[in-house]
Design a protein around this ligand. Sequence first.
Ligand SMILES: [Zn+2]
Length: 69
Amino acid sequence: MHHGTAQLADPARRARARLLMMTPTAQGLMVTGGSEARIVTRHGDVLYCDCPDGVQLCKHLLAVGLHLA
Ligand SMILES: [Zn+2]
C-alpha cells in the first residue's frame, strides 16, 4: 500500500477521526463514535484494528495515531 500518507493528509478524514472517542480496556483501546465500537491493539510499534474489512488505515487507526501524536 502506498496511499497511506495521502489518506493521513486528507483533512476531512482527519476531522472525522478526531470525533472518535478512545477508552482504554483490558483488550486495547476501544474506539467509539463511529457506526460500531472497535478495539485497536498495539504490537510493538504497529497498531492493529479489529475492523472486519481489512482496511489498511481505517478511521480508528487514524484516530489512535492522531491521539498518540
Ligand atoms: Zn478500524
